[in-house]
Design a protein around this ligand. Structure first.
Ligand code: 1CP
Length: 350
């Protein structure tokens, strides 16, 4: 492992996690690397498959840096995908240009038993190399964000076999096959914890857990399959790397947001676009950093509406440690000039 650079609050994002109200707030955007950037689409040609691309430290480092070169964001996010874990555990995963990810769905207990554990760490070592190289490529003010999927979200793709909106098979496991789901979730907790710890030790300054499909769960299931496993991961990570801030992004189900924050003990919460900023200011415990939550479609639209929404967010979170971000990933059709405008406006108005 390489020696980490001193993590003082010369990083605006780390300063926010030391409870400082920073104006302007630091800014980065979920899914800021990727297909809306022409330079990414060019670079992508250099690997045959998306998985090969993610497993090439050289290409992945370049892809992570591209949005910073263009927009001067305050953070780089590791270029990888939440579905690299199932792939590393031996599940067949293919990313199709039009359909998104397609996995060989898990059917039964022996499919779960057949997944790898420690071999997966080996398979993911390329990603850890990317983290090391990225930290060395960033300057001391730029934060490196490592990440993994929430285990419920990853399990949902593994059971369903694909993404988008239909997770009926995964929800059937919630209802009727809780023992199989538990087995799978427990395995994912182990692998995900080790993966996040390795990222932090390799130089990730902050970690984010993307539980994009948490909102599919009813409140009881949310406690069991989102909050409880996230708590286990956070405990394991804190034990190994005590000072790395962890941001949770459990998308959907605003009702469960406060229990999620209180029970998992995340350092920061990334708000999806359905959360009302003024509600958030009132209800989110002091000491929990807020990140978010501009609607990605508002960024696509641009113009006056964008400026108005940015103002509202800056005003709402004026007195809180806050990181400007979207409420979900940037979409491929986002005009580049709107992203540039957003950064300028946040820095000028903030
Ligand atoms: O063609 C391509 O280049 C592939 C498109 C792509 C990219 C650029 C995929 C396929 N994944 C990624 C990178 C990625 N994925 C990153 C790093 C880049 C960055 O953030 O700047 C991250 C953090 C993710 C995380 C991710 N992958 C999530 C969680 C965040 C979210 O958006 O909810 C999820 C759900 C995925 C699954 C996934 N991977 C790719 C796609 C198209 C999807 C979504 C599929 C679906 O609709 O269900």
């Amino acid at each position: 492992m390489i020696k980490q650079q001193p993590k003082t609050n010369s990083q605006p994002i780390l300063s926010v996690f030391q409870n400082n109200v920073s104006r302007p707030p630091p800014i980065w955007l979920m899914r800021q690397a990727g297909r809306y950037l022409p330079e990414y689409r060019d670079l992508r040609q250099q690997a045959k498959t998306f998985i090969d691309f993610c497993h090439s430290p050289e290409l992945a480092v370049k892809a992570s840096l591209q949005p910073l070169e263009r927009f001067n964001f305050d953070a780089a996010i590791l270029f990888a995908d939440i579905l690299l874990i199932p792939e590393a555990m031996g599940q067949k995963v293919v990313f199709q240009e039009t359909k998104g990810p397609v996995l060989q769905p898990l059917n039964n207990r022996s499919d779960i038993d057949g997944l790898y554990d420690f071999n997966a760490d080996q398979r993911l070592s390329n990603v850890i190399k990317t983290v090391q190289n990225l930290r060395l490529s960033l300057d001391s003010r730029q934060t490196l964000i490592g990440f993994a999927g929430g285990v419920w979200t990853v399990a949902a793709y593994m059971i369903q076999g694909h993404g988008k909106t239909d997770f009926s098979r995964a929800l059937e496991w919630v209802e009727h096959r809780p023992n199989d789901l538990k087995l799978l979730i427990n395995r994912l907790v182990e692998v995900t914890s080790r993966y996040l710890i390795a990222q932090a030790k390799a130089g990730a300054d902050v970690l984010q857990i993307f539980d994009s499909w948490a909102g599919l769960l009813n409140n009881d299931a949310y406690e069991r399959w989102c909050i409880a496993p996230t708590l286990k991961i956070i405990k394991a990570v804190r034990e190994a790397v005590p000072n790395v801030p962890i941001i949770g992004f459990p998308r959907g189900n605003t009702e469960m947001l406060i229990p999620y924050i209180l029970k998992t003990g995340v350092d920061g919460i990334s708000l999806d676009s359905n959360v009302e900023p003024l509600w958030a200011v009132e209800h989110i415990p002091e000491g929990c950093v807020v990140q978010g939550n501009l609607d990605p479609q508002v960024l696509v639209a641009g113009g006056e509406r964008l400026i108005k929404k940015v103002k509202e967010l800056l005003l709402a979170f004026e007195k809180r440690p806050y990181i400007f971000n979207l409420g979900h990933g940037i979409v491929p059709e986002t005009p580049l000039e709107n992203v540039a405008k957003l950064v300028t406006v946040v820095r000028e108005m903030g």
